[in-house]
Design a protein. Structure first.
Length: 255
């Protein structure tokens, strides 16, 4: 049985998962990292296709208490020293599995405001917050959104706000070097257009198709509407074909 130092616990394997991107980056830099998907039946990538080690679980129904026992067993079998949790369901379940095992360090990352959760989600989220040895927040807004009782129970737990990585200085530099006129001319845009932008990888999970249908409807009332798409991915050709099929080529711009 292979031992790992760090275990990233996620709901399922996905190409667009920020936690999985972090885990992959650490793995490439030589860290002894593995990933555990709590809902393998929802995987969008098969474990054998993934770039880093995957600790495989049995497929359980949502909320099956046996998953807690299996996660606890996997952590013990693989000699895990640090567990990093992110998502509501998988994070709460993983935190429960080691709640009384203080030999395991738990790092919890909060991505969403507390008020975005339903009652079950809030309970699971709170378990992760309370069990963590360290809480990270992706913004001060996320941190301040916690309920007063959550803030009270975690007041002695170290925490830090770490914004998602966006190269702001590089973006500002480019925006200063390239004028609006250059962009308008290159992409056939006009100052009279009403712009909607989407920056996302061209993957199924981003659901560009629903947005295209909305643009089709809106374009009848607002003919000057323009959808600006920035990204890449394996669905690019299919998305362009869908735009042609819906006859919205004049409204959609792949940048």
């Amino acid at each position: 049985m292979t031992n790992y130092d760090i275990l990233y616990v996620v709901n399922f394997l996905s190409e667009t998962s920020i936690p999985l991107n972090w885990a992959t980056l650490l793995y490439k830099r030589g860290w002894n990292v593995a990933v555990l998907p709590v809902e393998p039946q929802r995987n969008q990538i098969q474990p054998e296709e993934f770039k880093i080690p995957v600790v495989e679980m049995g497929a359980y129904r949502w909320g099956d208490p046996r998953v807690i026992r299996e996660i606890r067993q996997k952590i013990h079998q693989h000699g895990i020293r640090l567990v990093h949790v992110h998502a509501n369901y998988s994070g709460g379940i993983a935190s429960l599995s080691v709640f009384f095992n203080h030999n395991i360090c738990v790092v919890n990352t909060e991505h969403s405001p507390a008020r975005a959760f339903n009652k079950i989600g809030l309970l699971l989220n709170s378990i992760s917050l309370f069990r963590a040895n360290y809480n990270c927040f992706n913004s001060y807004y996320t941190k301040e959104s916690l309920y007063f009782w959550q803030k009270y129970f975690i007041k002695n737990i170290p925490n830090k706000v770490i914004y998602n990585g966006v190269p702001i200085q590089e973006i500002l530099k480019i925006s200063q070097e390239i004028s609006k006129e250059v962009v308008y001319n290159r992409w056939g845009l006009s100052k009279d257009n009403f712009f909607i932008g989407m920056i996302a990888t061209f993957k199924k999970v981003k659901d560009h198709f629903t947005l295209f249908k909305a643009i089709k409807i809106l374009s009848k009332k607002y003919p000057k509407i323009k959808l600006l798409l920035v990204g890449d991915g394996n669905l690019e050709k299919i998305l362009k074909e869908k735009v042609e099929q819906l006859s919205i080529s004049e409204q959609v711009c792949f940048m």
